[in-house]
Ligand binder design. Structure first.
Ligand SMILES: *Cc1c(COP(=O)(O)O)cnc(C)c1O
Ligand SMILES: [Zn+2]
Length: 411
């Protein structure tokens, strides 16, 4: 039995047939969202059933768009740990600080969840090729899942995209194109070329199923918290798929009656050099305006005009949330702090979330006893490391070896 009921427009509500390959609303051009027969879900699966299933995002099958018998294209994404950051928390005077470490996904970022799901549906619905604009990680994930599905993939990225993500896509057999500009420029290229090629455009939130993959972060988080919600969820926001997805998870779980808490307060974090959501939030505008000349070393946050800006802002309003921008220096410091105190080399985007936490703490915005979750969206290793001093070299006379080590260790 399939649990997906229909796909509807997030703005005008117009219904679309999920048997067709879908992009954006055919009436108004806005973002589409999947809706489920939640009564059927409740009748088909219990929390206890879930406990017995293997970890990973497909354990929540009934709350995903997979059809009866539809095999997912998967590399084992999801099932990431919710880590207690006890040392960092006590350093900051926060008793219940947690991190969901999405860097442990295939491809090293949470993009694996969204693209795994989107590529699965695109293959089932008959796509013959896939094309995606990306800041790096989404392109890498699209290429990897495309390879796994046996579909050709083309990726368009800005010229300054980190090498690891480009290599990941190329190794997986994708054709990678660079372009002067940002992901927005890349998006225009894909919008123009993909339809003419008859290939499917996997742009952020311009098809409904990447969101459903990202939603599984929220389902997992709720289950890891014994079917409850944290007080605050801090999320580094580019296109906003993860933020909207986690919020959607909590909405569906609440309608199912599985979670009684209200959803967490969402804090959207951006970089000072590209902060369209923060600006719109401060100006109380219902929509984002394009950000001129975006600059940040956190590629996933270099999204000057998120297609779903309106929906991101709506989540912030509905959850009494907040939006703030942090500097590049704060991002680097936070990245080092997390690695030093907890051993996690996280992506710069995720480090921005920690930088925001530090800021909120300083400003007295966080309750010391509140349950706070940092969404660590990716692994540090996919990006160039921050500037570090060179390691001490030990080549030299053997007699003084121990002395030199002791001096270096300040013993
Ligand atoms: C894509 C990306 C983001 C931004 O995610 P959205 O869901 O598009 O807001 C954050 N961090 C990393 C590591 C990313 O790759
Ligand atoms: Zn519409």
């Amino acid at each position: 039995m399939a649990f997906l009921s229909h796909v509807e427009c997030s703005v005008c509500g117009h219904r679309h047939d999920p048997k067709q390959i879908l992009t954006i609303c055919e009436k108004c051009g806005q973002m589409l969202v999947a809706r489920y027969h939640l009564d059927r879900v409740a009748a088909a699966v219990t929390k206890d059933d879930l406990r017995r299933r293997p970890p990973g995002m497909h354990r929540f099958r009934e709350l995903t768009p997979l059809d009866d018998g539809e095999e997912p294209v998967t590399l084992g994404e999801g099932g990431t740990p919710l880590l207690s950051l006890a040392r960092l928390g006590s350093h900051l005077g926060l008793g219940r600080l947690l991190a969901k470490d999405e860097g442990q996904n295939p491809t090293g970022t949470f993009k694996a969840r969204g693209l795994g799901m989107a590529v699965t549906k695109a293959r089932t619905l008959g796509a013959k090729g896939l094309m995606i604009p990306s800041a790096g990680n989404a392109g890498g994930a699209a290429a990897v899942y495309g390879a796994r599905a046996g579909l050709p993939v083309a990726v368009v990225v800005p010229r300054d995209t980190p090498e690891a993500a480009v290599a990941e896509a190329m190794l997986a057999g994708a054709r990678v194109f660079t372009i002067e500009g940002t992901i927005a420029t890349a998006g225009k290229v894909v919008a123009r070329v993909a339809p003419a090629l008859g290939w499917f455009d996997l742009s952020t939130l311009k098809e409904p199923y990447r969101l459903e993959g990202k939603k599984t972060m929220g389902l997992e988080l709720a289950e890891q918290l014994e079917w409850s919600a944290p007080d605050v969820l801090i999320y580094p926001t580019g296109g906003g798929t993860g933020l909207i997805g986690i919020w959607k998870a909590y909405r569906e779980l609440s309608e199912l009656g599985w979670v009684k808490d209200r959803p967490p307060r969402f804090v959207a974090v951006q970089a000072e050099g590209c902060a369209p959501v923060v600006k719109a939030w401060a100006e109380k505008s219902p929509v984002t305006a394009p950000w001129e000349k975006p600059t940040t070393n956190a590629p996933g946050l270099r999204v000057p005009s998120p297609f779903a800006g309106r929906q991101i802002l709506q989540v912030l309003r509905e959850t009494d949330g907040d939006a703030l921008a942090v500097s590049e220096a704060e991002i680097v410091e936070a990245q080092k702090l997390l690695a030093r105190t907890e051993g996690i080399w996280t992506a710069p985007e995720a480090a921005a979330a920690l930088a925001a936490l530090l800021r909120l703490k300083d400003e007295g915005e966080l309750e010391p006893g509140g349950r706070i979750v940092l969404l660590l969206t990716g692994a540090g290793i996919k990006n160039p490391p921050p500037p570090l001093p060179p390691p001490r070299d030990l080549t030299g006379p053997e007699e003084s070896l121990l002395k030199r080590v002791q001096a270096a260790l300040a013993l």
